[in-house]
Design a protein. Structure first.
Lengths: 292, 633
């Protein structure tokens, strides 16, 4: 199960399914869409899904809520979270955001930004940001949170030129905040270790295929998106695929290990979430992460 | 340059250049103006459409305002129950057909009544609670945007699957209570199906279409259903890599009105785009009209113009060629005729051109010229024949006249006591001058030089008469004066033509050198005595001979020593004219004589003749010239 509606963020899984990679690994896979109306943790807990993609923060929250999910692969190893600012709002640097109206996502998306503000020692006026960027577009806030692969490009597709915007990336060593990983329940890991192994390997293989065949991948992505009547257009999906792929496969060897969650990133994420009272405790790295 | 080309092709060429130029200009002008008109109409259409759209949306907006005004108190006054809220909403939705659904969403979150129309064909209203099952309504734009922006908003359009898959848009207004506390949002959902249908059915030529974009550029309406909500004008621009389309999109969502040429929204066919904003919503209506269709319409128009123009042009060309031929053909025949005429063939047939135009006039003039020429040629032949006859007669007359004067020199080759030489040069074939000399006896020589008044045939005849009289009278009288007196009497008689003659007449005794002379009005001769300048003999009584009846002439005497000479001449010598019409004169003649006086008679006369020729330099001889020189041996 995916953690959001169909889009290029999940291209690798579509390709693993469509190109028969899952089948080759002996898996009979059905991809379920996610979305604001569905909680992956609950689907795992209730057995409606065997595997799910989750942000690390979400997965830790699940654990904290008594749903014992385990990481079997870390797909997106770099944070794509950014803070986007109207250039003409008088903000020239991060410090100018102090006291200004800034839209910030709620829940699991919030801590990295709060940590970012803390690190820069500023206190913006936080406005609740939801699924749309319309409040930002209508100038209700001077800055808003965004995924580099999604909202940032949506702004471009709303007619805003890149030159009109300033982008602060949150990706840094201090706030690595790994994103999409593949999770399953502890129970599944114990009962069907081979399937878990196959799922991790086949998914990564699907991503590799997507990286090698971007246009074919986009065709499939568009089919999925259209199939569920999710507004989508190819240029946006192309942008998303490009950015997501660069967050999966590092530009420089050694930045991270493809498909693996590093212990350092895990520890920093846990510390961050605990500092913001998002979770009260967390499993150990060895307990949480299983490399099949 | 044009003179090098014949008339007919020249006329055709000029018409092709002139009329073709005009035709081209007219077609070009038509093309440009028709195109301009079409484009203007297109632009106006888009403006009208945008205004009409705006108007309909505003009307809907008023209904929504009513809902807001009516429902706001429900949020600010707490005594109303949820059931009352449902009733109010139901009444509002029922009363306003534009409204698809309406909701009152309180803040803090609580039961949020929502009333909406059931999907057709069901004609009933449904009720629901937006807050049920923990639906987080405060995270959606329709709630958050009016709250955070603190004003009424239109949401981005969306497809409502529950509402019959209709294109919907929500008008949402925030409500504050008396204490300025945010108490919630009131919404009305409005279906835009009518707008979509209207735009989809809007005729914009054969292949043109209308489309609508939202405030963020999302395609709300477009004939290609796939694009709606999925694509924005910017995503289309990005997919095509068209920076131009992106700029156009930015102008559209910024509420500009425009009319631009661009390379299509979804394909790359060049097209015209007219766009106008839909006020209050931030949307923009665009009308696309493909360039090839526009050109097609204009081309059709231009083609018709071209067809009729070309037909007229061909007709004009034909007519002008006919006219040119009607001019040039007789002209060519006339030209050929004139060439034949020039060779002397006057019997060539000339073209007969009837009518009264210039060509007919020219042909007639040619004809009459030919006839005149013919007549003239005949006249000329006759005249020439007559002239030739006269000339030959004149030549005979000349021979006769010349035979009348002695013309063998030396005349008396056996005598060495004298020398004599004379010439007579009539100005025409024959003249009135004459000279004569003959021995009366062994010692006596008679010299005569005369000059009849006038020239030509009359003078020659009078000269012949005079000479004949003179010879016969001289035989009887022997004295120059008596001879001239009697000659005068003879000539005056029956002289109806009133002619006369000047005469110098001398009788010289060659043995003694004694000379008697008479002068009848003649130029005095030059006496050339040794050691003395040339001089005239003493004047004696005398007038022109033949003019005055019963005149008695006087007589003078001279003495010629051996070697003395006399030079007698007529006024042809002193009145010779050079090309400047200046007369030679007495002084010139005297100077010449002085120059040549020591030559023998032959040499003196010939030298004088040459001097005269030098003086006149070829000018026409105006009078008869006679010179006679005598020297005693």
């Amino acid at each position: 199960m995916l953690q959001w509606t169909h889009q290029a963020q999940f291209a690798g899984y579509y390709m693993a399914l469509e190109k028969g990679i899952y089948a080759d690994h002996g898996l009979d896979v059905t991809i379920l869409r996610g979305g604001p109306d569905r909680d992956q943790g609950e689907y795992l807990r209730d057995g409606r899904a065997d595997f799910a993609t989750r942000w690390l923060a979400s997965a830790l929250k699940d654990v904290s809520n008594g749903i014992f999910v385990r990481n079997i692969a870390q797909i997106i190893n770099r944070s794509n979270m950014v803070l986007i600012v109207w250039k003409d709002s008088g903000v020239a640097g991060v410090h100018d955001l102090d006291g200004r109206r800034v839209g910030v996502w709620q829940g699991q998306f919030r801590p990295p930004f709060m940590a970012f503000f803390q690190a820069h020692d500023i206190q913006p006026q936080i406005i609740q940001q939801n699924y749309s960027i319309n409040l930002f577009l209508q100038r209700g806030v001077v800055a808003c949170t965004a995924m580099y692969y999604n909202e940032y490009h949506m702004m471009f597709q709303a007619g805003i030129d890149m030159e009109e915007l300033m982008v602060f990336s949150l990706a840094s060593i201090d706030t690595p905040f790994p994103e999409d990983g593949i999770y399953c329940l502890q129970k599944t890991l114990e009962n069907r270790p081979a399937a878990c192994r196959a799922m991790a390997a086949a998914s990564l293989e699907g991503w590799k295929y997507a990286a090698a065949h971007p246009e074919e991948t986009l065709d499939i992505v568009m089919q999925y998106a259209r199939g569920t009547k999710v507004p989508a257009n190819r240029p946006h999906m192309r942008w998303m695929l490009t950015v997501v792929l660069s967050s999966i496969f590092p530009e420089y060897v050694g930045d991270w290990t493809v498909g693996r969650l590093s212990k350092e990133d895990y520890s920093r994420s846990v510390d961050l979430l605990m500092a913001h009272q998002m979770i009260t405790d967390a499993p150990s790295f060895e307990e949480f992460v299983h490399v099949p | 340059m044009f003179r090098k080309i014949r008339i007919a092709p020249r006329m055709a060429l000029m018409i092709i250049i002139g009329a073709g130029g005009i035709l081209g200009t007219v077609i070009g002008y038509n093309y440009v103006s028709a195109r301009g008109l079409l484009l203007e109409e297109l632009q106006q259409k888009s403006n009208h459409l945008a205004r009409a759209t705006a108007f309909r949306i505003e009307v809907t907006g008023y209904a929504v305002e009513k809902v807001v005004q009516s429902a706001a108190f429900m949020l600010t006054e707490n005594e109303h129950t949820v059931a009352q809220q449902y009733d109010l909403l139901e009444n509002l939705v029922a009363d306003n057909p534009e409204i698809f659904g309406a909701a009152i969403a309180p803040w803090p979150k609580g039961e949020a009544p929502y009333v909406w129309r059931a999907a057709p064909p069901a004609q009933k209203l449904l009720r629901g609670d937006l807050n049920e099952e923990g639906y987080q309504y405060d995270v959606w734009d329709w709630f958050a945007l009016p709250r955070d922006l603190k004003r009424m908003i239109w949401t981005e359009p969306y497809f409502d699957e529950g509402g019959g898959n209709a294109l919907m848009v929500t008008r949402a207004a925030p409500v504050w209570d008396a204490e300025d506390e945010f108490t919630g949002v009131i919404t009305s959902d409005v279906s835009l199906e009518w707008l979509r249908e209207m735009l989809a059915q809007l005729p914009v030529g054969r292949s043109g279409y209308a489309f609508l974009v939202s405030a963020t550029g999302v395609i709300i309406s477009h004939p290609a259903g796939d694009l709606i909500m999925n694509e924005s004008i910017f995503s289309l621009a990005e997919a095509r890599g068209s920076e131009n389309l992106r700029r156009i999109g930015q102008r559209m969502i910024q509420g500009e009105t425009g009319f631009v040429f661009f390379d299509g929204l979804t394909d790359t066919k060049p097209a015209w785009l007219a766009f106008s904003p839909v006020p209050s919503t931030g949307w923009s209506v665009g009308l696309v009209f493909p360039e090839n269709e526009l050109l097609g319409v204009v081309f059709d128009f231009s083609r018709n113009t071209l067809f009729f123009g070309a037909a007229g042009f061909a007709l004009l060309l034909m007519l002008s060629l006919l006219i040119a031929r009607s001019i040039s053909r007789p002209l060519q025949q006339l030209e050929a005729g004139a060439r034949t005429l020039a060779t002397g063939n006057l019997d060539v047939s000339l073209p007969v051109v009837t009518g009264k135009d210039e060509v007919a006039g020219l042909a007639n003039a040619f004809e009459s010229m030919r006839n005149d020429l013919k007549r003239y040629m005949i006249d000329l032949a006759q005249t020439t024949a007559a002239k030739e006859r006269i000339e030959s007669e004149m030549q005979i007359a000349r021979d006769i006249q010349m035979s009348l004067v002695p013309h063998t020199f030396p005349p008396f080759p056996n005598r060495n006591d004298m020398e004599i030489y004379a010439i007579l040069e009539p100005a025409r074939e024959i003249g009135g001058d004459f000279y004569d000399f003959y021995m009366i006896d062994e010692d006596e020589l008679c010299l005569v030089v005369g000059d009849v008044s006038g020239k030509g045939v009359p003078a020659a005849l009078f000269m012949a008469v005079t000479r004949t009289f003179l010879r016969s009278i001289w035989q009887e009288e022997h004295s120059p004066a008596a001879t001239m007196t009697r000659l005068n009497r003879e000539l005056v008689r029956d002289n109806d033509s009133c002619m006369f003659v000047t005469l110098f007449c001398a009788r010289i005794n060659l043995t003694t050198g004694h000379c008697v002379y008479a002068n009848g009005g003649h130029n005095p001769p030059f006496l050339l005595h040794a050691g003395k300048p040339a001089m005239a003999p003493p004047t004696v009584k005398g007038v022109v001979v033949g003019g005055m009846p019963d005149f008695t002439f006087g007589e003078g005497e001279l003495f010629f020593a051996p070697g003395d000479a006399i030079f007698i001449y007529t006024d042809g010598v002193t009145e010779a004219m050079n090309p400047e019409n200046a007369l030679s004169g007495d002084a010139w003649t005297r100077a010449q004589i002085e120059k040549y006086r020591d030559l023998d008679c032959n040499g003196m006369v010939e030298a004088m003749r040459k001097a005269l020729a030098d003086y006149t330099r070829g000018a026409e001889q105006s009078d008869d010239i006679t010179m006679l020189a005598f020297r005693r041996g």
